[in-house]
Design a binder for this molecule. Structure first.
Ligand code: SAH
Length: 468
């Protein structure tokens, strides 16, 4: 099995320093299952290609009591978990992010190409795109025909692929180290707690925000529930810390949304509107996703139609404030039974979100990176699947009417995006049709002839079918 890594930034041979392998030499290492060799197929100032060749000894794999594999198989040729183990051995220093001779190079983002000769993928090349494109790679994959001379025999399950990106060697190796075993659904090594540590260590800085995070964790840990839970819980803890840090940084900032909205009490208009829509829809159980300090929860509590009210937020601090301002501790028993607060992230599928009539996402989506919205969509519309979902988000066009806001600025420092009316409509309609909902849009707040309303709302209703 063979993998090639190419750098084309001059002097391209810096790759040798980063990989700790001198381009002039052949480097060979003995492994439990064979041998690994690193050599360079080109080493010019313009282009430098390091090749890692792993020779698997098929006899070694079945010898004695070790019976790792069936005797005849494709393992010697196909890039798999064996390749990852070899990478860990020969590129260990680079994977750890070290480069003693040239520490200045470690953070250099270089134009890199990675070519993986043969990989077996029953699912085809689309999975490569799902895994590598969110990390900034251009992915090219080609199926290998069963037999070059007899194309009529059709395609095999084998592919070769190429990845191109401007990234650091350390990041690139970390991505491969985690994702090659994800692609190989038949990992040869034992999966235990040590693998959770490896996954978190090598996934640091990118796995938490990857839209396919759950799939990656599942496959890396061979779907072992206890280990998968442990890894997802650690990622969730990182998530919580990151959201809290971003929120508190934004609070310190000068043009926080709250100040912009105070004169118009837009927040009050919005929350009253959402509560009255839920009432009109006949909802009895509501989950407020990203409930913050619980202002919608308070309105819902005041209306006895709502029998079960749940607030969820990723921020522990926000939930503490909600519990305090709702005065949960001193609430009479019959009221206390109607409300529940829980910590959780909208980027994780969560069984506790099942079974509600309705869900609210009030001023939440714009706090998530655009690339992660796809995960939230599945968590809410595919898995939790309430009968109704109400989403509100700012209308960017209206920002022109905030005199304090510099042109092009967003309303809140933690907003990752703000949509105009057309963009929100497009998102709402696409999402509705993808998950079998219908969507209707409404302005929230005073409507300006040119710019529309400051905030916008979409009400999603599940078409026919049963709720989750
Ligand atoms: N809905 C509230 C709060 C909006 S602010 C209101 O209208 O007043 C956005 C909230 O989303 C914050 O409380 C933040 O902690 C929460 N949030 C951000 N990312 C989240 C995530 N991934 N999962 C759950 N909540 C999240």
């Amino acid at each position: 099995m063979l993998i090639r890594i190419t750098n084309t930034a001059e002097p391209a041979t810096d790759l040798g320093f980063l990989l700790h392998k001198n381009p002039a030499n052949l480097h060979s290492v003995d492994l439990a299952f064979g041998k690994a060799h690193v050599f360079y197929s080109s080493a010019t100032p313009q282009r430098c290609t390091a090749c890692l060749l792993v020779e698997l000894d098929p006899v070694e794999l079945v010898r004695g009591g070790r019976r790792l594999e069936e005797y005849v198989n494709d393992r010697p040729y196909v890039s798999s978990s064996y390749l990852t183990v070899a990478m860990g051995r020969v590129f260990g220093t680079a994977l750890a992010g070290n480069c003693q001779k040239r520490p200045d190079l470690v953070h250099a983002r270089l134009p890199l190409e990675v070519e993986v000769e043969v990989i077996r993928l029953k699912e085809g090349g689309s999975i490569l795109k799902r895994l590598f494109e969110p990390l900034g790679y251009r992915v090219e994959a080609a199926r290998i025909p069963l037999d070059d001379e007899f194309p009529e025999w059709g395609e095999s399950e084998y592919l070769r692929f190429r990845l191109v990106a401007k990234t650091t060697v350390h990041d690139c190796l970390s991505h491969l180290y985690v994702l090659l075993p994800v692609l190989d659904d038949a990992k040869h090594y034992f999966i235990g707690e040590a693998e959770v540590d490896k996954l978190l260590r090598h996934g640091e800085g990118w796995l938490r925000g990857h839209p396919e995070r759950e799939f990656i964790v599942q496959r890396y840990l061979k779907r072992k529930p206890a280990l998968v839970d442990q890894a997802l819980a650690s990622l969730l803890a990182e998530e919580v810390a990151a959201v809290e840090a971003a929120e508190s940084a934004a609070e310190q900032s000068s043009h926080a949304e709250r100040d912009l909205e105070r004169p118009m009490t837009l927040s009050t208009i919005r929350l009253n509107l959402v509560a009255s829509r839920f009432r009109a829809l006949g909802a009895r159980s509501v989950v407020d996703l990203g409930c913050g300090e619980g202002k919608l929860l308070r309105r819902l509590l005041a209306d006895q139609q709502f029998e079960q009210i749940t607030g969820m937020d990723v921020s522990h601090r926000a939930l503490e404030t909600a519990a305090r301002t709702l005065d949960l501790n001193r609430m009479p028993e019959h009221q206390r039974k109607r409300i529940r607060l829980m910590q959780g992230s909208l980027l994780y599928r969560d069984k506790r979100l099942n079974g509600f009539d309705a869900a609210a996402l009030v001023e939440v989506i714009e706090h998530l990176d655009r690339s992660r919205l796809a995960v939230l969509e599945r968590v809410v519309f595919e898995f939790a699947r309430p009968r109704y979902v109400i989403v509100t988000t700012p209308n960017r066009e209206y920002n022109a009417l905030f005199p304090e806001l510099p042109p092009g600025a967003l309303r809140h420092d933690d907003h990752r995006f703000e949509w105009n009316r057309a963009e929100f409509k497009e998102w709402a309609e696409t999402t509705a049709s993808r998950f079998g909902y219908s969507a209707s849009l409404e302005p929230v707040g005073p409507v300006d002839d040119r710019y529309g309303a400051p905030c916008q709302m979409a009400v999603f209703s599940l078409k026919g079918g049963a709720a989750g």
